[in-house]
Design a protein around this ligand. Structure first.
Ligand code: HEC
Ligand code: HEC
Ligand code: HEC
Ligand code: HEC
Ligand code: HEC
Length: 229
């Protein structure tokens, strides 16, 4: 048999995530970007026996705060550790709405990736691929910049050092989350962390801005104008 045909036939055996349903495809990423225990082999930290296209949950049980893993997960089940993006993403609205890892990331791009994280667009530009219009109320009215990931993907997880990688739950953690439980970080203090910044003040500032509907302007009363010669 000609060598080329063999290569071609081999390719037919490769599971292509693009041809799988959204949930099954994301589980392929979840086989590695996850943390937990094998259900098949005691003591193994990877999904022994799992193959792309199969149901990951049959082979793997993800870690959680509830199960007692305080080292890798915060009390609100947001990731503290690295290579756990699947754990975060599963809790997100993106997950339930079908926005999956490969909606934002490309893999197997030939050559140098355009962005370090291999996203379609750099940083927050990725969000604008879908969120073309965002409300300008509340938290969105505070800042003069469009740093979506600054608030929605705060650097609260740890790879080499604390806070070097981003959350993938896409939920903004407010100052009150930390005020209610000091073990839970917030998005705001990844930037507002100067020594005199009081978290109560930051929460109050957010609360004041979060009042809806916004205060309305009052019509200026007519000024009586007397024309004198
Ligand atoms: C067989 C294991 C494995 C699978 C499956 C896998 N990854 Fe990875 N991925 C890795 C490893 C290992 C790294 C490099 C180490 C690191 O940067 O954490 C990496 C790195 C990455 C990075 C770059 C991180 C950086 O900062 O440079 C992205 C983005 C990524 N993977 C996304 C995905 C997506 C999306 C999928 C599913 C389509 C996927 N990965 C499937 C193991 C895997
Ligand atoms: C809605 C878009 C979106 C989805 C969905 C998404 N990511 Fe990301 N991901 C990003 C962005 C944006 C960054 C950070 C880019 C930057 O820092 O400039 C990132 C960063 C990463 C990194 C690098 C580590 C870091 O935090 O800097 C890895 C690894 C990664 N993502 C894996 C995944 C995996 C696995 C999934 C699915 C379970 C996933 N992502 C789903 C947008 C997304
Ligand atoms: C591939 C399309 C797509 C991309 C890219 C994308 N989103 Fe989304 N996003 C959606 C959809 C669909 C929903 C669910 C419908 C909705 O709430 O508008 C959603 C919902 C959300 C929500 C609401 C979550 C909730 O709990 O109500 C937030 C916040 C959000 N996205 C932030 C981001 C951020 C930040 C980025 C950039 C890192 C991003 N999105 C990139 C499609 C996308
Ligand atoms: C100052 C922090 C901050 C920044 C910057 C920010 N957001 Fe938000 N956003 C929030 C908060 C707080 C909420 C309320 C819900 C929550 O806690 O996630 C929210 C809600 C949302 C929602 C759900 C409500 C809705 O309007 O449909 C979406 C989608 C969203 N943001 C997208 C974005 C995008 C896209 C950007 C970048 C242009 C962005 N956000 C920038 C803090 C921020
Ligand atoms: C990515 C960094 C970053 C994040 C995350 C961030 N901020 Fe800011 N914030 C800034 C910068 C820079 C300014 C000043 C410039 C401006 O207005 O854009 C600012 C200004 C403000 C102001 C205006 C009043 C003042 O103190 O000067 C308030 C209030 C505020 N931020 C609250 C918040 C809250 C609440 C959050 C979390 C939901 C948050 N910020 C998240 C960087 C950030």
């Amino acid at each position: 048999m000609c060598k080329n045909t063999q290569v071609f036939e081999k390719r037919q055996t490769i599971v292509n995530p693009a041809k799988l349903t959204m949930g099954v495809a994301a589980q392929i990423c979840g086989a590695c970007h996850n943390r937990g225990k094998s259900t098949a082999k005691k003591g193994s930290g990877w999904p022994v026996g799992y193959e792309p296209g199969k149901a990951l949950s049959a082979y793997y049980s993800s870690t959680s705060f509830e199960k007692g893993d305080v080292k890798h997960v915060y009390a609100n089940e947001f990731s503290k550790g690295h290579h756990q993006q699947f754990i975060d993403w599963q809790q997100s609205k993106h997950s339930s709405e079908g926005v999956t890892c490969t909606s934002c990331h490309y893999v197997h791009q030939i050559g140098m990736p355009q962005t370090r994280s291999q996203t379609g667009k750099p940083g927050s530009m990725q969000c604008f691929e879908c969120h073309v219009q965002v409300n300008t109320n509340m938290a969105h009215s505070i800042h003069s910049f469009a740093n979506c990931i600054g608030c929605h993907m705060p650097r609260i997880a740890k790879s080499a050092e604390s806070g070097d990688i981003r959350s993938h739950v896409f939920v903004t953690l407010l100052p009150e989350d930390t005020l209610n439980n000091s073990q839970i970080p917030n998005s705001c203090q990844t930037c507002h962390k100067h020594k005199n910044d009081d978290l109560n003040d930051l929460q109050a500032a957010w609360k004041a801005l979060a009042v809806l509907p916004k205060p309305e302007g009052k019509e200026i009363e007519a000024v009586e104008y007397k024309y004198t010669r």
